[in-house]
Design a protein around this ligand. Sequence first.
Ligand SMILES: [Ca+2]
Ligand SMILES: [Ca+2]
Ligand SMILES: [Ca+2]
Ligand SMILES: [Ca+2]
Length: 538
Amino acid sequence: MDPMHGYAYAIINFTAIVKDLDGDTLNLTWEWGDGTPNGTTATGPAGSNTVVTNSHYYNLTPEPGRSLYEVFFAMNLTLDDGNGNSVTALTQVQVIVPVINQIPTIVNLSAPTNADPSDVVQIVAGVSDSEGEALTWMFVFNDTISDYQTEVYHTGWTAPGQVVWNNITHVFGSSGTHYVRLNVSDALPPYQVWPHNISYTISVLATPNQLPMSTSVYSDPESPVIPGGADSVDVNFTLQVFDVDGDVVNATWNFGDGSSNEANATTGGTQVYTFMQIHTFNDPGEFNVSVMITDGRLGHEVTKYLILNITSTNKPPSIIKFSYQTHCPQAFVGEQLRFEVVLTDPELDVIELIWDFGDGSPYAYHNLTDYFDEDVTGYENHTYMAPGDYLLVLRFTDNKVGLFNHSKEYDFGITVVVDDIPPVADAGQNKTVVGPTIMYFDGTVSYDNWDIANYTWTFVYNGTPVTLWGPTPDFEFWTVGFYEVVLNVTDMAGNYNTTTVTVEVVDVIPEFGTIVIPAVIVAVTVIAVRRTRRQGAD
Ligand SMILES: [Ca+2]
Ligand SMILES: [Ca+2]
Ligand SMILES: [Ca+2]
Ligand SMILES: [Ca+2]
């Protein structure tokens, strides 16, 4: 037997009056009727009424769910006089089992008050019994016409008073009121009767679940405007939702601008909920704002749309100044030109600038951000490699949408020519100097319509060719003689021109110069040279 079951017992005292007409000694056999071994006693010579007593300990096993009930035992007492004479007397022993067994208690029986007929509905049932006895559960489903389904469950022994949960699921299948009756008993058949069979009934209204409902989506402001100078506009959205079944309603917002979805949810119930979202739009345009609401049931998705038109007062950028430098009114082939453009934008937006030099060379791309006093400047160097008339195009935009056209263009015609004008070489005046001395050449008076790229001075000194480079080279003459120095001047385009300057190196200054003015100049030059040398020696 389960230890929880407990036990009871009864000590029954028996008294019998016996007599043997022959005065024999009597042997008594006590059959207790409970299956335990018989008891045996004996009398002395029992010629007259003799009182015999005995007692028996009846072990009683209490039965589940039963209180104060009677148990009967058939006790047989047999007398034997040892001479083959015996007699048996039957006595019915009535024992009342004194156990007080409490009835179980239905602690909980619950289900949703409303359910879709096709829903799998959970029915929660909890029962406790003071003795923790094994329980029999019977769920009876009734559709107001008949008990159409009965389910029976058994649960085992628990600690006394522990709540036993026996939750089940049920599909009601048809619309209308359904009753769920739970009968619970802690007794075994045939004792599953009141008061140890208790019952409790709940009702569930089965009605088809309805889609959630909502208002339209509202935006505030209705027609949002991104003000010039601002990067974005905040828009408030509202939507009211309602579910007649009290289901939790979830909403998924898509703002149509590529941003992540946002969500709202109710906490259930049949009141009207208002969903709110604040979203920041970074660009003007037409946006399809959608909200999908659902009560979580298959096919119960409801979507509402709002076409939101966002405008901007942003103004486009413009060019303030365009310039470039060249050596002539026209640019030369091979000349590196430096272009400069100054732009402005009312909102100081980043300006995307594309340079198209019109000669098929790759475009140059700039993102101008470095504003100074509301202006931003772009530079680009470019060299045209062939002569011609080119159309230089600047395309620029702030990549904004707003007032006016924000894709702008600026054209500039530029003529590029080949430099075919040679430079003019000038090697300075012929000179007569007293050797030894350092002769300082000066070709800086040479000029070209573009630019001189190279100066080369050549002469023969002591039978050896000498080459000097640069506009102002120098050479130390020791040997008296008459030297013809050729200056070759080459321009950036490779055109060149030559000239000759003579240097006469003498021992002494001639007393009389053939030409007065050159002699004076030479003298000045020499003095200057000597002064320089002395200073160098100091
Ligand atoms: Ca009980
Ligand atoms: Ca619903
Ligand atoms: Ca702008
Ligand atoms: Ca030239």
